[in-house]
Design a binder for this molecule. Structure first.
Ligand code: ARG
Length: 464
């Protein structure tokens, strides 16, 4: 078989070397986008007078036929070709001969591959975002179902202060929404037409790049052909968004692994999202969550690997750039499957409010006692000291604030009367919060309302 570049060569490439540098094994995923780009390029060449109207029509008909065959039968996208661009061109020439041989006029695979990947990411990012919306929806449902239930919050994985369970779920929803936003930013980064850049210096045919951009749905044209043929910042942005998403999924997974353990028992995992042990009959393991946590490593690896590939490249296209695709495809697949698995787990979570509420009380109310003293005019540092002494005594006798009599309270400080004691509860603690981002029930209710609106807007928007 001859190659796209065989003219200059005396000998065929070594089979193993050819195989090593070929990308058809994975860039066939760009089939659809490569055809889309070529359809538009044929139009642009006709507009520039390089192709006759008849040739352009023949190319269009053949490309559409190729696209339809590829859609109907993925096995069609096969062959000894170096990459997807060579495959489409070969198919075209087989159908229309010389007209097909004219299609690559003024165009380089260097810009073509950038175009294909930009089209691919633009097309696929929305699907990932939809998965994130579904996860936010599931988290919002758990928040809603939790109602007024209380749980402890943690710092250093030590009990800190009482919060609403709803506040906990909404915290993860807020982080996932940032990932949604970052994917949007990555999509905007990819939204520039690279065609017209040629191999590196631009093209000498009268290509109307603005019309081409509009036809392909790009909002702008790249600014510099030398930069554009080697620019993959849109890939870095996408991988960064993917890695960030995985970090959030992983942290949620880690929380749920811990909170659903026998030791905590806050949440229950449905049988359908757990696995058993081949040896220990009692086990019900959170394997999907562990796997989400585990897969985070490889997506972070794609980001760091890719940035490392980019960092040493001299100006202009270099074959190293071909490494972009496997990173993108695997990151996308991993984020998608991990998000879906996480959503299924979250949807099926059950809550044990008796356990979360008893864990939310106890010494987690120490700050509230200090706040009470502050409200009664005691400087905070002094209040902290007083309550610290109380905590020390309670720990020594394995008790909590609820066990103290009015006389006990007063013994620690004259301003701690019976009325004060009655106020030191987990419920009192959350209702005392004032700021909009706090766990105060009103604040959480409006946060939940806002998340619901965010989900609804996106669910409606994708329905049509
Ligand atoms: N398969 C190549 C890639 O993915 C396409 C561009 C090839 N260009 C070149 N000059 N070898 O980057």
């Amino acid at each position: 078989m001859s190659h796209l570049w065989s003219g200059r060569f005396d000998a065929l490439p070594d089979d193993e070397v050819f195989e090593f540098q070929a990308s058809f094994g994975f860039d066939r995923q760009l089939f659809e986008d490569d055809v889309t780009g070529s359809l538009a390029w044929a139009e642009a060449l006709a507009g520039a007078g390089v192709l006759s109207r008849g040739e352009a029509t023949a190319i269009r008909t053949a490309l559409e036929e190729i696209r339809d065959r590829g859609r109907a039968d993925p096995g069609f996208v096969e062959g000894p070709d170096e990459d997807i661009h060579a495959f489409v061109e070969r198919q075209l020439i087989e159908r229309v001969g010389d007209a097909g041989r004219r299609l690559h006029t003024g165009r380089s695979r260097n810009e073509q591959v950038s175009l294909d990947l930009r089209l691919y990411l633009r097309r696929r990012t929305a699907g990932l975002q939809r998965e994130l919306v579904a996860l936010v929806d599931a988290l919002a449902s758990r928040a809603e179902a939790a109602g007024p239930a209380l749980m402890p919050s943690y710092t250093h994985l030590r009990r800190a202060q009482p919060i609403l369970v709803a506040h906990y779920f909404l915290a993860h929803a807020v982080a996932i929404r940032r990932d949604h936003r970052r994917l949007e930013t990555a999509r905007e980064e990819a939204d520039a037409l690279p065609l017209g850049s040629g191999a590196v210096a631009g093209t000498s045919y009268a290509i109307d790049t603005a019309a081409l951009a509009e036809r392909l749905g790009f909002s702008r044209v790249v600014a510099n052909s030398l930069d554009a043929t080697a620019d993959r910042d849109f890939v870095s942005a996408f991988l960064h968004a993917c890695a960030g998403t995985m970090v959030h999924l992983s942290r949620l997974a880690e929380d749920l692994v811990i909170f659903a353990s026998e030791e905590f028992g806050f949440f229950g995992l449905a049988d359908a999202v757990t696995t058993g042990s081949s040896l220990m009959p009692q086990k019900k393991n959170p394997d999907p969550l562990e796997l989400v946590r585990g897969k985070t490593g490889r997506v972070i690896g794609h980001l760091t690997g890719w940035l490392t590939t980019m960092k040493g490249l001299p100006s202009g296209y270099n074959k190293d750039l071909q490494e972009d695709k496997e990173a993108v495809f695997d990151a996308e697949t991993t984020v998608r499957s991990s998000t879906r698995a996480t959503t299924l787990v979250v949807r099926s979570l059950t809550l044990d409010p008796a356990r979360t509420e008893s864990a939310a009380a106890g010494l987690a109310l120490a700050t509230d006692v200090a706040d009470l003293l502050v409200a009664r005019g005691v400087p905070f540092r002094e209040a902290h000291e007083v309550v610290g002494r109380m905590v020390r005594d309670l720990l020594a006798t394995n008790r909590d604030f609820a066990s103290l009599s009015p006389a006990d309270w007063r013994r620690y400080h004259e301003r701690l009367d019976a009325d004060a004691a009655g106020r030191i509860t987990a419920r009192g603690s959350v209702t005392a919060r004032r700021t909009p981002q706090s766990t105060a029930p009103d604040a959480v209710a409006s946060a939940l309302h806002e998340v619901r609106r965010w989900v609804d807007e996106r669910t409606v928007a994708t329905d049509h």
